[in-house]
Write a protein that binds this ligand. Structure first.
Ligand SMILES: C[S@@+](CC[C@H](N)C(=O)[O-])C[C@H]1O[C@@H](n2cnc3c(N)ncnc32)[C@H](O)[C@@H]1O
Length: 204
């Protein structure tokens, strides 16, 4: 059946421009959020690989001035209005670097990552780099996620996604991969979602 998620890529880019989002990727987060109920008012949220800032803008709108959002990216966000929100901190840095970790104020109730490497066209290289980022996100979750917290991160398929999903399953009450309909059909990205974080001391 045709619905808005079955539209072509131009549909999403145009819709994003009209609605004031700098990237079409916001509709992937919206679909995931509607399905898994990840974002609620009052939450402390960490957005990794946040530039240009669509996911961050979506999260700030959902928080409605409550809770807290920290965004991290190698690049600056391109949403000047965001920097004025009192419940928002932007950190420019590499999520894999210890120096970045030191400037993050945990714990967080939700860690979400749309971080992706610049693609080279070589699938083995690209999936390997994506897996490296995913493991970095998992390492941050281990240190920064509150008990029962949630994790969402992007991963390129064709590499280590089974092993990574197994690692998420060890740490969360439930975990699965999910490809949103707003994701381009030709894209080999998927999103991994972990719900109900169990800190290392609580694992059987
Ligand atoms: C697809 S974009 C994210 C789009 C964003 N979710 C939005 O809605 O605007 C991927 C981002 O990941 C960032 N990135 C890649 N590797 C990173 C790293 N090691 N540390 C921080 N950010 C990284 C890139 O700079 C890029 O801005």
């Amino acid at each position: 059946m045709s619905n808005e998620y079955s539209q072509g890529p131009d549909f999403w880019a145009t819709k994003a421009r009209k609605e004031g989002y700098p990237a079409r990727s916001v509709y992937k987060l919206q679909e995931i959020d509607e399905r898994f109920r990840l974002i609620r008012r009052g939450m402390r949220i960490l957005d990794l690989g946040a530039a240009p800032g669509s996911w961050s803008l979506y999260a700030l709108k959902a928080l409605k001035g409550t809770g807290f959002l920290t965004s991290v990216d190698l690049k600056a966000l391109s949403l000047p209005a965001l920097s004025r929100a009192a419940n928002f901190l932007a950190v420019q840095g590499d999520l894999l670097a210890e120096a970045t970790f030191e400037s993050l104020r945990g714990p967080y109730d939700l860690i979400m990552s749309d971080a992706a490497p610049d693609t080279t066209g070589n699938r083995t290289v690209d999936t390997g780099r994506s897996a490296e980022i995913a493991r970095g996100v998992l390492a941050l979750a281990e240190r920064l996620l509150a008990p029962a917290g949630s994790l969402l991160f992007k991963l390129f398929q064709g590499g280590e996604e089974r092993d990574i999903l197994a690692e998420v399953r060890e740490r969360f009450e439930s975990a699965r991969n999910f490809k949103p309909k707003a994701s381009r059909k030709i894209s080999f990205e998927t999103y991994c979602i972990g719900l109900g974080f169990r800190p290392s001391g609580d694992r059987g």
